[in-house]
Ligand binder design. Structure first.
Ligand SMILES: C[S@@+](CC[C@H](N)C(=O)[O-])C[C@H]1O[C@@H](n2cnc3c(N)ncnc32)[C@H](O)[C@@H]1O
Length: 349
């Protein structure tokens, strides 16, 4: 997967003027902070230069993961039109770029707590005339500010009255959107405060809520928490799971997928890597207000292809298991082109 060319150019110009050594140092500091300081509700990126480096280092991967997850959502609701989007904890805006590629909505609202992130995100979106016209940014703290049809009883709402807070419509009511997206954000909350945040996000979704997290054990724990809370509220699970029963993975396993993103020269420099691509591991979950077409089965690991045979590990509607497909099997042709994370039909476990 490639970043849109305007975004790639925008990121390059954001970092021109900084020395490579300084950028590499900040990149290492951010990596440490995300590794050691997440999950406690702490602010992880706040300085302008940190937000610029975040954009350069993480946007290719988060753009790729969100785009992949949106594609899977679209497969489950092929007829649904997404006109409005709320990207909560939007960071430097990768969600807006991904949503534009997949759904091309009429309006996107990016809600973000940190000023430096909003400013970098806004600068990048201005590289695209289409996105800059349809996207607005607002200062917003998911821990404090009302969202969806919550009443703005909190006296701190809106967080900053001088801000053009697009988390409310012209009547002052907090707004909702067809699609609510929160990517790589909920893991920054503590487990206890996350529960309320999840309910708020669901409340704001008129049709679909999509949560994307790192494809790690910790990221998957967030996804599992979202799954449990929303299933208990009667939400319809869209993807990736083919079923709404208890997850059948063992405690030491976690459901994640991979997307390959091309790396720019700048990215290779900042991450001190040689290969021309990066494989981003991500986990996601999507819920909808109306029932969608859930996958019959989903491929959990990289397909193992040998001559005339494909071995798949599958999560199915009734059970999980391994399947060997041969040329005579109905699903063989589709499986040849499939990758880990894809839905697959006509499989019997
Ligand atoms: C790791 S970044 C992810 C940014 C973007 N969604 C992406 O996928 O690239 C997490 C973002 O969530 C924001 N954030 C964290 N807690 C928040 C909160 N309580 N309210 C709003 N934004 C929050 C952070 O400021 C940061 O920009």
């Amino acid at each position: 997967m490639e970043l849109p060319v305007e975004l790639r150019n925008g990121i390059d110009s954001l970092l021109s003027g900084f020395s490579a050594e300084e950028l590499k140092k900040i990149s290492r500091q951010l990596t440490d902070r995300y590794k050691n300081d997440s999950g406690r509700g702490n602010v992880l990126v706040s300085r302008d230069v940190e937000s610029r480096v975040y954009a350069a280092v993480r946007m290719p991967a988060t753009f790729g993961a969100i785009s992949d997850a949106l594609t899977y959502v679209q497969e489950c609701m092929p007829e649904t039109q997404i006109r409005t989007v709320l990207d909560v904890g939007a960071g430097s805006g990768s969600g807006a770029w991904a949503v534009e590629e997949i759904f091309s909505p009429e309006h996107i609202t990016c809600l973000e707590r940190e000023e430096s992130m909003r400013s970098v995100g806004n600068a990048l979106l201005r590289e695209s005339s289409v996105l800059s016209e349809k996207t607005s940014w607002a200062q917003f703290d998911l821990s404090r500010d009302p969202l969806g049809n919550e009443s703005p009883s909190d006296p701190s709402y809106p967080s900053d009255p001088s801000d053009s807070s697009d988390s409310s419509d012209s009547s002052g009511q907090p707004c909702t959107a067809d699609l609510v997206l929160a990517s790589y954000m909920l893991n920054e909350f503590s487990k206890e405060s996350r529960e309320k945040a999840i309910r708020k996000l669901w409340n704001a979704a008129d049709r679909i809520l999509l949560i994307v997290e790192p494809g790690t054990k910790e990221g998957f724990a967030v996804i599992s928490q979202v799954r449990d809370i929303l299933l208990s509220q009667g939400a319809h699970l869209l993807a990736p799971c083919p079923h709404e029963g208890p997850c059948r993975l063992s405690d030491d396993d976690w459901c994640h997928f991979t997307c390959r993103v091309q790396r720019s020269k700048l990215h290779k420099l900042l991450k001190e890597g040689d290969v021309p691509y990066e494989d981003e591991k991500y986990s996601y979950i999507a819920f909808s207000k109306e029932e969608g077409e859930r996958a019959q089965a989903r491929i959990l690991r990289h397909p193992y292809i040998t001559k005339g045979q494909i071995d798949l590990e599958i999560c199915g509607r009734e059970k999980n298991g391994k399947v060997t497909l041969r040329k005579k099997d109905e699903a063989y042709k589709a499986a040849r082109k499939a990758k880990m994370g894809d839905a697959i039909s006509n499989i019997s476990l």
